[in-house]
Design a binder for this molecule. Structure first.
Ligand SMILES: Nc1ncnc2c1ncn2[C@@H]1O[C@H](COP(=O)(O)OP(=O)(O)OP(=O)(O)O)[C@@H](O)[C@H]1O
Length: 912
């Protein structure tokens, strides 16, 4: 396969690479020639391999590609996939990465910072950047960092100018602003008695920052275009001789971009970054900012500062309109007050008493459980040291872990010696988190974690036939909620040996639970983006083992339903304890609960539990007919109703369930035991339609694919997409259960599990004609023709988006996809053709990358003779393609060269 050939070829060439002479062997053209292949196909593979982190790209002209592993083997590690210049690649290890430190303190800005980095690193002065955000969100601060970044990375000389112009200062005089920016000629206006250079010329070779740029009037914006397009500035009063300057541009504005700029201006700024207000940042991030501000102020005051927990909390909950700017002032004022109170002291202690009134009034205080050691900031303290500082939650975690490991060590690192004590510690941790920390808080993020987790447990239940019940889902949600807030570095754990040994023992002693937790953690990582480690394995495995809440399904389910506050619960408890197994669940029916409410609870239960083997409901009194009427065929399970429940009758039922007696047998036995009424019904055949997704490499990818497909379906879709473990699908017993529960339409995945009677579409083929036809066939029963068309279009769009997200660095991928969608519609309309899904996919990927290349002004090198002949032969085609491109030309202010039109024509029509 050509792609592998390209990789192998580059590996060989990289062995003899000389960074000072990166010759033709490393360019797309050279490789295509050596392999006797088409250049644009080779280009596509090169970019794919770069995205797969197998190659590293150097954006020289033409672009060079290096085999990553081979390079790293003989040189040094490369952190990025793309480098602007060879010099930057060489500098890799020497860089002091200010932007990285900024992203560490402001994790919510990580993605934006990467886009800033990509823009700044682009060749030829980088790309102009527009930073938006409310007042005080740190726009100027970020530009300051960019300035430093450019200098430390030698993108500009250390002596280069950094000029800031605040356009708001010229609010009433746009002419003055224009002339101060672009300069003026002597006599251009009254008072212009000599030539003046202006900010652009002043900033030549360096950075020009235009703050509050929305104040720049249309005339000024026009002059700016001329610079952006031609690199020339025309002073006021000069129309023929522009001055060539080379300036890196940063813009900032507090205003809505859409309303305040000429669209022609916006099109010329490909990189837009928005900084969130404090209220949209997490508490952790706000604390990070406070640590930074405190460290900065400490350097000013040159005395150690001690800050109480309360002060930190009040500041962290302070959300002023002026954002970080106001927060900074509050910190300054607090320190100034503390200093005024204790001028002679050699240390400053900040207390709530020193806080400005505004902080006291506006801060939403919450009481926190554990008081921490006051924070000490000295000359040596760096904000990064404080970020890892323990929050109260972290303290609880670390404290529990320390106790756990100490107990384990005291028991000679032998789990059986201390099992019950460890369970106690873990259980206490979950209890504290559940009942003492957050139980009363209605936090949106917490609700989100709970909802997601319910969903994940459901998936696990479907995929592995294992089930978690009780309060466990809530307790684990609280655990994860706290856990995602703290950056837990395993190196902080002192008793590392004990930790490792306990982890191994947990793994051996509770293999089932351990495996289950492993799958759960993977799902959590993929869905909630919480990175968990060995410590979480230990906590969660012990917790789930302790509760014995993982039950194997496959058994008949039974519920005791009785009047009174605790009757049902106590019957079920006694039986479960006597049988030493969880066979019965219980729903108590206090007087004020209506029968319909109970029925709803049962329906809920049947949806969240595997009742495919049947559901037995034991009631204390009432007519079975009446009760049955409450479930008008809503239960997708065989249902056995038994009246006059008593503890001994419940025991018989529980025992029979464990003995795996049949449904009918259990009914008969119950009848024999006490003269009671029973009622047995089977559900009408109405199973949920599902498409299963599966992946050989694990449930994580299968889940990802399921979400992707789900996003393509209309919200009213009756078809469920369920990720399923590949190995489980191969298990005949499990697939039988799946078939019983669902009407499986087909399987989509990366490997065919070859299940007789079940149709399969390979993920890679889903966009091919065959794959599309098969999928359409699957959908015809449930969707109308226009709906299917929409699903298919979504499919191509979503798959393309997945791919382009990793490919484009400066563009906003979803927006690019939207624009290309319009382009494709135009193309189909103008040519009166219908593009296949595969072609659309290729075009989405190709064009999004093309736009980036054009913005970077990177040329492709098509043989001019060939291009000329082709353009002549297919002139009409190229004209139509160009017309269809208008949406992209307008939105990205790019010109499409003929060579690019030719590539696209080739993709559409396969002309040679
Ligand atoms: N991430 C940060 N870390 C430390 N200090 C910051 C940070 N962001 C902003 N600041 C400080 O907060 C203050 C306000 O920030 P800045 O002036 O950059 O905001 P702005 O968005 O440009 O505001 P405006 O729109 O009002 O000009 C500055 O004193 C700056 O030093």
């Amino acid at each position: 396969m050509l792609k592998n050939d390209v990789l192998a070829y580059l590996k060989k060439q990289t062995k003899t690479l000389d960074l000072d002479h990166l010759d033709k062997r490393f360019t797309a053209g050279g490789i295509a020639q050596a392999l006797n292949a088409k250049r644009n196909t080779v280009s596509l593979y090169l970019n794919q391999l770069t995205n797969e982190h197998k190659l590293v790209k150097v954006q020289t002209r033409p672009v060079r590609f290096i085999h990553r592993a081979q390079f790293e083997k003989s040189n040094y590690a490369l952190k990025k996939d793309t480098y602007a210049t060879v010099a930057q690649l060489e500098q890799e290890n020497n860089n002091q990465d200010i932007l990285k430190s900024f992203a560490q303190i402001n994790p919510s800005l990580k993605e934006s910072v990467e886009r800033v980095r990509a823009a700044v690193l682009y060749p030829n002065n980088g790309l102009p950047l527009l930073i938006t955000g409310e007042s005080g969100t740190g726009k100027s601060y970020l530009v300051g960092l960019i300035n430093r970044f450019c200098r430390t990375n030698k993108l500009i000389k250390t002596t280069a100018p950094f000029v800031t112009v605040n356009c708001a200062q010229y609010a009433d005089n746009p002419e003055l602003l224009t002339s101060n920016l672009f300069g003026y000629k002597k006599g251009a206006f009254t008072g212009a008695d000599q030539d003046h250079d202006g900010a652009f010329v002043e900033a030549n070779g360096g950075i020009l920052f235009l703050d509050e740029v929305h104040r720049l009037g249309p005339k000024g914006q026009e002059k700016l275009f001329t610079y952006l397009d031609q690199g020339l500035v025309y002073p006021v009063g000069e129309t023929s001789h522009g001055k060539r300057v080379s300036v890196r541009l940063c813009f900032a504005t507090t205003e809505e971009v859409e309303n305040n700029f000429l669209t022609t201006f916006m099109r010329r700024i490909p990189v837009k970054i928005s900084l969130p207000p404090l209220s949209q940042r997490s508490r952790e991030e706000r604390l990070n900012l406070i640590y930074t501000l405190l460290c900065n102020e400490q350097r000013e005051i040159a005395k150690p500062i001690i800050v109480s927990d309360q002060v930190l909390e009040m500041l962290a909950n302070y959300l002023p309109v002026g954002n970080i700017g106001d927060l900074k002032n509050a910190v300054k004022l607090t320190i100034a007050r503390a200093n005024a109170d204790a001028k002679k002291a050699n240390k400053l202690t900040l207390t709530a008493y020193n806080l400005p009134v505004d902080v006291l009034m506006r801060s939403k205080t919450e009481s926190y459980l554990s008081a921490k050691k006051p924070l000490q900031i000295t000359d040596e303290t760096e904000p990064a040291d404080l970020i890892a500082r323990s929050f109260p939650e972290k303290k609880i975690f670390l404290h529990s872990l320390e106790r756990l490991l100490t107990t384990y060590e005291q028991s000679n690192n032998h789990l059986p010696n201390c099992e019950s004590k460890l369970k106690q510690i873990v259980y206490q941790l979950f209890d504290t988190l559940l009942f003492e920390k957050n139980a009363s808080k209605q936090l949106p993020l917490l609700s989100y974690v709970i909802e997601r987790l319910k969903h994940l447990f459901e998936q696990l239940q479907n995929a592995y036939q294992l089930q978690v019940s009780g309060n466990a889902i809530y307790a684990i949600s609280y655990y994860l909620f706290e856990r995602q807030k703290i950056q837990w570095n395993i190196d902080e754990v002192r008793q590392k040996n004990a930790l490792h040994s306990l982890y191994q023992e947990v793994r051996q002693r509770y293999p089932e639970v351990y495996a289950y937790v492993g799958k759960l953690l993977l799902l959590i990582k993929n869905n909630l983006e919480i990175e968990l480690n060995e410590v979480d394995y230990i906590f969660l495995s012990i917790y789930l083992n302790k509760l014995e809440i993982i039950t194997k399904t496959g058994l008949i389910k039974a519920i005791v339903l009785a009047h009174g506050y605790a009757t049902a619960g106590s019957i079920a408890n006694v039986v479960n304890r006597l049988l030493n197994a969880h066979t019965l669940d219980a729903f108590d029916m206090p007087i004020n609960v209506s029968t319909q409410q109970i029925a709803n609870k049962i329906i809920d239960y049947s949806e969240n539990n595997d009742v495919s083997h049947g559901l037995i409901i034991l009631v204390d009194m009432g007519s079975l007919q009446e009760i049955e009427k409450l479930f008008p065929r809503q239960l997708d399970a065989p249902l056995l109703l038994i009246n006059n429940v008593s503890t001994s009758l419940a025991l018989t039922v529980g025992e029979s369930i464990l003995q795996k007696r049949s449904f009918r047998e259990i009914g008969q036995l119950a009848q024999q035991k006490s003269k009671i009424e029973i009622k047995l019904t089977y559900p009408a055949k109405r199973r949920q339609q599902v498409i299963l997704t599966t992946c050989y490499s694990g449930i994580g990818t299968a889940t990802h694919v399921a979400r992707l497909l789900e996003r393509c379906m209309p919200s009213s879709s009756k078809i469920k997409i369920i990720p399923y473990d590949y190995q489980a699908l191969k298990d005949p017993h499990k697939i039988k259960v799946v078939n019983k529960m669902y009407d499986v339409i087909g399987i989509v995945g990366t490997e065919n599990p070859e299940i007789p009677g079940l149709d399969f579409i390979h993920l890679e083929k889903i966009l091919s004609d065959k794959g599309t036809a098969k999928l359409q066939k699957w959908l015809t029963k449930s969707f109308t023709v226009p709906e299917i068309k929409l699903i298919m279009n979504n499919l191509v769009k979503n798959f393309s988006l997945e791919r382009t997200i990793n490919m484009v660095t400066i563009l906003d991928a979803p927006k690019v996809i939207e624009n290309i969608t319009i382009f494709l519609q135009e193309l189909e309309r103008r040519f009166s053709i219908s593009l296949s899904n595969q072609k659309k996919f290729t075009l989405y990927v190709h064009i999004s990358y093309l736009i980036e290349r054009l913005i970077r002004k990177e040329k492709n090198d098509l043989d001019p003779e060939y291009a000329k002949t082709y353009a002549h032969k297919y002139a009409t085609d190229l004209k139509i393609i160009k017309a269809a491109f208008s949406v992209i030309i307008d939105n990205y202010n790019v010109k499409i060269p003929v060579s690019e039109l030719i590539y696209i024509d080739q993709i559409i029509f396969n002309h040679q």
